[in-house]
Design a protein around this ligand. Structure first.
Ligand code: ADP
Ligand SMILES: Cc1ncc(COP(=O)(O)OP(=O)(O)O)c(N)n1
Length: 268
């Protein structure tokens, strides 16, 4: 069985973070492992508190995996501060892990900061050069490129700027776009642009969509898919999960991680 490691924060509400990643890995039949960077007290209404781990604790968790089990893909999510980013980057380098999916998590849906402002430089300097693919949403791509993204041309320009930071591929997700009918993700491989379109679902239950999408991309890379296939399957996975969203809690409910497997079984 192929393996994937998520290096991310814990969401007590179970819709995002480590919990979403492990559920996604399991649904895609990849063995999931974790290194926890921070514990959040969180539910569908927002993030009530953040308790970061020390950089040493994060490094030791990764070392436990690296020295024994190894991994076929790594996904990073909430990294919170520059010390953790440096520690994570050092370990990825040490173990020469190649299938690295960086979801540059910055702000949770309710507005809570999941990455300190001063840590953006560390993300760019240490982690992005190690990434096989980075999966920013539009606000995250704006912070990383220091440009406003409003048009399709802006997205392409931002994708090119992100590649200049050393990333091998970039997918700019369209969840935050204005388009009322479609949610369009743009993949840039350094040579080609590809768009992945899906019907925009009118729902408030989208908690953890970014985490789930990037975890699905990592799982597919672990199984040997190329970048285009991995993004395409990630898009199908998140679309099914949002279509079957769960109305749990009083705020932004989670997506349903089991939906893709059920749909795939029906098609067989
Ligand atoms: N309402 C929606 N309907 C369909 N797809 C969506 C919707 N919202 C987000 N997505 C998809 O979910 C994934 C995560 O996108 P996005 O919401 O931009 O990320 P994040 O959760 O990091 O802010 C992308 O593939 C995006 O196209
Ligand atoms: C612990 C933790 N990690 C990441 C996020 C952000 O998740 P995301 O998929 O971007 O979804 P929303 O927060 O926008 O719903 C998180 N909330 N918690």
């Amino acid at each position: 069985m192929k393996k994937a490691l998520t290096i991310a924060g814990s969401d007590s509400g179970g819709g995002a973070g480590i919990q979403a990643d492990i559920k996604t890995f399991q649904e895609l039949e990849v063995f999931g492992m974790s290194a926890i960077t921070a514990v959040t007290a969180q539910n569908t209404l927002g993030v009530q508190a953040v308790y970061p781990m020390t950089a040493e604790a994060v490094a030791n968790q990764i070392e436990s995996i690296g020295e024994d089990m190894g991994t076929d893909a790594v996904k990073t999510g909430m990294l919170f501060n520059a010390e953790i980013i440096e520690a994570v980057s050092g370990k990825i380098k040490q173990y020469q892990w190649g299938n690295v999916v960086v979801d540059p998590v910055m702000i949770a849906k309710g507005g809570a900061s999941l990455l300190q402002n001063e840590a953006v430089y560390a993300l760019k300097k240490y982690l992005l050069p190690l990434a096989m693919i980075i999966t920013p949403n539009i606000p995250e791509a704006e912070v990383l490129t220091e440009m406003r993204i409003q048009t399709d041309e802006d997205k392409k320009e931002a994708a090119k700027k992100l590649l200049e930071l050393g990333v091998k591929n970039v997918v700019i997700k369209g969840g935050h776009d204005e388009d009322p009918s479609e949610s369009i993700d743009l993949l840039y491989t350094g040579t080609d642009f590809f768009t992945f379109r899906s019907r925009r679902i009118n729902t408030k239950n989208t908690h953890g969509t970014g985490c789930t999408f990037s975890a699905a991309v990592a799982a597919e890379l672990a199984k040997g898919s190329n970048i285009h296939e991995a993004v395409s399957k990630g898009k199908d996975f998140i679309q099914a999960a949002i279509e079957d969203q769960l109305s749990i809690g009083r705020g932004h409910g989670p997506t349903n991680h089991g939906a893709y497997r059920r749909l795939s079984a029906l098609k067989e």
